[in-house]
Design a protein. Structure first.
Length: 375
């Protein structure tokens, strides 16, 4: 047998299993992620979601008033106040502990609190009149912001269960903490001498995360591995863009066609949620950043869901490690915003035409080899 004949035989034999594998792959439809929608209204605000799908926020309880609340999967629970008439829920950990702010007796001031599952605990302040808790980790440690004694200056704090620690600034006057992971690392923003930057407090020091080329940035959420999200001014200070910071680099997540975008939540695999203006800046849409792309969450609602085509999602504030998302939006025909819980489901896509064409090309090539061998 000639060299050409041997080569053709080997090529033919190799092509058979390769084409068989390609055929099997194409016979298995691709899986895409879409979302079912559950209405959580009349939540006035949704702010946090934990690994169990429990949600923290603020709820207008009929005949009672506006209070911090926790949705436990079946019911919305009133978390009360520390003595005043209203409170607000902002962050939740995996055991269902909630932090936020509540007015005190006589509505004299507003203080950060930790609700431990049974009791709302007043966390006090850094010496000033008011404070608020924004995030809580598995240990019940809380971060937020508080006025300091004698001055109208806000400072980021870390409350370790007994003491409220002033985290300082990056050289300016003000700062605020927003997210905290189970390592006790805090993300937020802090004033520099001339602007303000997103920061991570690593347990010993506050470290600037820089910007996307503009003068300022803010950090809003942090995951277990220390990845963070928030938003930053871009070069020329012409817009704010959502970012994903991987510990060394701040990545610009872009927009959904509009000018500005903002990141508010991040999970363990680095999926980011927030909102973005759309083309023309006529309105905003909730987004998820996943797989290197920003997606409009409204476009990902499952076609089988009863609310498909009736809901426009405008903002997303949190995402857990299972991919569940809390969002706000409008139901068609209603002027009011409502709260929604999105749960991911797998949907089946048919093979793309390009993939089918590729398989067809391989089959034709195989047929050509067989014809040449017969000749």
């Amino acid at each position: 047998m000639s060299f050409a004949g041997v080569f053709s035989t080997k090529l033919r034999n190799a092509a058979v299993p390769a084409l068989a594998v390609a055929a099997m792959l194409l016979a298995q439809p691709a899986v895409a992620i879409t979302y079912t929608v559950q209405v959580l209204s009349p939540f006035a605000d949704l702010s946090g979601i934990n690994a169990n799908g429990q949600v923290a926020g603020t709820y207008a309880f009929p005949g009672i008033g506006t209070h911090a609340a926790r949705y436990n999967g079946t019911a919305i629970l009133d978390l009360g106040t520390v003595g005043g008439t209203f409170s607000f829920g902002y962050g939740i950990n995996n055991t269902g502990q909630v932090t936020g702010q509540s007015v005190t007796n006589g509505n004299a001031a507003s203080h950060a609190f930790l609700h431990n599952g049974t009791t709302m605990i007043d966390l006090g302040t850094l010496g000033g009149t008011s404070s608020r808790g924004n995030g809580v980790n598995a240990s019940g440690h809380v971060t937020g912001e508080s006025f300091i004694a004698g001055q109208p200056i806000r400072r980021a704090f870390l409350h370790n269960g007994t003491t409220m620690l002033n985290l300082g600034t990056l050289g300016g006057s003000h700062s605020a903490g927003y997210g905290i992971n189970d390592n006790g690392h805090v993300v937020g923003w802090a004033a520099t001498p001339t602007a303000w930057h997103a920061f991570v407090y690593n347990g010993t020091a506050m470290v600037s995360l820089g910007t996307l080329g503009g003068t300022s940035s803010e950090g809003r959420a942090i995951n277990a591995s220390g990845q963070t999200t928030g938003f930053s001014r871009i070069s020329g200070n012409t817009a704010n863009h959502a970012f994903l910071h991987n510990g060394t680099t701040m990545l610009d997540l872009g927009t959904l066609g509009g000018t500005n975008s903002y990141g508010f939540g991040i999970n363990a695999v680095g999926q980011v949620v927030g909102y973005s203006e759309i083309s023309g800046n006529t309105s905003q849409r909730a987004f998820i950043y996943d797989g290197g792309m920003m997606h409009d969450l409204t476009s990902l609602l499952a076609t089988s869901d009863p609310l498909y085509g009736l809901v426009t999602l405008e903002d997303a504030r949190g995402i857990n490690d299972s991919g569940q998302i809390i969002a706000t939006g409008q139901l068609s025909g209603s002027p009011f915003l409502q709260g929604y819980l999105l749960t991911p489901v797998a949907s089946v896509d048919t093979p793309e035409p390009a993939s089918l064409a590729l398989l067809g090309t391989g089959v034709l090539a195989m047929a050509g080899l067989r014809r040449r061998r017969r000749a």
